[in-house]
Design a protein around this ligand. Structure first.
Ligand SMILES: NC(=O)c1ccc[n+]([C@@H]2O[C@H](COP(=O)([O-])OP(=O)(O)OC[C@H]3O[C@@H](n4cnc5c(N)ncnc54)[C@H](OP(=O)(O)O)[C@@H]3O)[C@@H](O)[C@H]2O)c1
Length: 233
């Protein structure tokens, strides 16, 4: 089992939202050191966190962080974004942006940190997916999270024999900046962080942090109109 107590953790996007809640909860559970990344490291406010500047889509930035955080044993790929592009009407570069941030970003960070975690005796990778990995919401964000889910499933197989356990987190709306304009029931980031870290500490392959995620996953095995009732009309 993965112990958070006395571990050294890096949380991407650790200055706000779910990432900030993860940083708080990691310290509550006794982590020895927590690196919290942000594009502007001055926005990292936890007094004990080690702020690092990171742009996940920039290979040089990722390499710089991996060169500084050489004692990491647990990597949390939390940073993500929803650019809100339209498949049919937005410039293709805008459509690609969610893939760059949410699929290639975590991949770059994982590639940089796998050798670090191995050198430190093995550890854990937590990737933050979404309920929208399994339910298309009309734009590229869902595609990026579906692709990340698949990436996680492949990496879990490849990293297991290398001493790195991989957990994927699925959650629907959480009350953060990302959903500020959405009027719908939302989980609290603190509850999502606790569920995610329970999953890390029990070496769970998957954490489904709310009823919506559990419902969407179970509906995948049924008729497609269960997920897209507008098709039944
Ligand atoms: N909120 C939800 O309803 C929800 C539901 C399911 C999954 N998620 C996922 O949960 C994760 C955290 O989201 P959140 O709700 O906490 O959103 P948020 O409050 O908008 O925070 C997003 C975080 O990601 C970082 N980030 C975004 N683009 C980045 C980039 N290119 N390079 C480096 N860091 C970047 C941001 O860093 P800066 O501070 O530098 O901007 C920020 O810390 C994301 O992966 C999101 O897709 C969220």
């Amino acid at each position: 089992m993965t112990a958070i107590k006395d571990s050294v953790v890096l949380v991407t996007g650790g200055s706000r939202g779910i990432g900030k809640a993860l940083v708080d909860e990691l310290f509550r559970r006794g982590a020895a050191k927590v690196y919290a990344t942000a594009r502007d490291p001055r926005t990292v406010t936890h007094p004990d966190a080690v702020p690092l500047k990171l742009e996940v889509t920039d290979e040089d930035s990722v390499a710089d962080v991996a060169a500084r955080a050489t004692d990491v044993t647990i990597l949390i790929n939390n940073a993500g974004a929803a650019a809100g592009a339209s498949y049919l009407d937005s410039p293709l570069d805008e459509v690609r942006r969610d893939l760059d941030t949410n699929f290639y970003g975590p991949l770059l960070v994982t590639r940089a940190f796998v050798p670090v975690i191995e050198r430190n005796g093995g550890g854990h990778l937590l990737n933050v997916h979404s309920a929208l990995s399994w339910l298309a919401d009309g734009g590229p964000y869902s595609a990026s999270k579906a692709a990340l889910w698949s990436q996680t499933n492949s990496l879990r197989l490849q990293l297991r024999p290398r001493g790195i356990v991989v957990t994927g987190l699925h959650v629907a709306y959480v009350d953060t900046d990302m959903t500020a304009k959405i009027d719908a029931p939302k989980s609290a980031a603190v509850d999502v962080a606790a569920a995610a870290l329970d999953g890390v500490e029990t070496d769970a392959f998957e954490v489904l942090a709310d009823d919506v995620s559990r419902g969407v996953k179970s509906a995948l095995s049924g008729d497609i109109t269960l997920l897209y009732p507008q098709l039944a009309a």
